[in-house]
Design a protein. Sequence first.
Length: 300
Amino acid sequence: MHVFVTGATGWIGSAVVDELLDAGHEVTGLARSDASAAALERKGVRVRRGDLDDLDGLRDGAEAADAVIHLANKHDWANPAESDRAERAAVQTFADALTGTGRAFVLAAGLSTLATGRPATETDLSPAVGPGSHRGGAENLALEYAEKGMRVISVRFAPSVHGVGDHGFIAALVAAARKHGVSGYLGAGSAAWAAVHRTDAARLVRLGLEGAPTGSLLHAVAEEAVTTKEIAGSIGRTLDVPVVSVAPENAAEHFGFVGRFFALDMSASSARTRELLKWTPYGPSLAEDIEAGAYASINV
């Protein structure tokens, strides 16, 4: 099928594009810059120039394709309200374009705030509802259209989608460890994160696109719960620095933007996802990736 992908040159998106191409799908990718456009063209991907604020372009891209995979996000940590606004507007635009067509719409979502005191499951509904909520309530907005003639699939990504080249949360923790000369965790380090290797996450997106029923909530999770103390330990061993507890009130000062997330428990199960799509993660664990040097090039 012909798939329109936003975030096509991003960390997850570039792997998804490769997975789609390898499976024989045709891809059009959204590109904001000349460099992004050139990277897509080298892969044999069609290019649509634009960004998340180009709603007319998003609509046209959706209407010209057989399916949409929406992975882009502004990730403006200094102005999260703007990221949330843009995300909701993009999802609304795609929903308006795809309603009644029978086409698939796959969107990226997260695992935070889904459950307390236990790993989140695919039956847990997001509490983020409405424009003022996390990610603009985009997942719940999309699910409103699940029975309106479009196939809606939400892929909830683990907070660590890891691998060589990752510049996300783990990279920020490595940078903080280099800066301070210690690998820190908050408090007792008992908060836990789910994790998945980038290639496994990309394969799940393709499988969801090809076979998940409308309304599916899929968990891109290979490891259910890696404690923040274990994460800090892997970083400490890799950098050969002490592993220490950081007081929660010093989270922002020590870790930067990632400090607000490092105290959160974002553990999750993917049992239902694995059963539904016969998806089995094969990539290395988060600790294996860290200790094999996947983040060795990260500097302060």
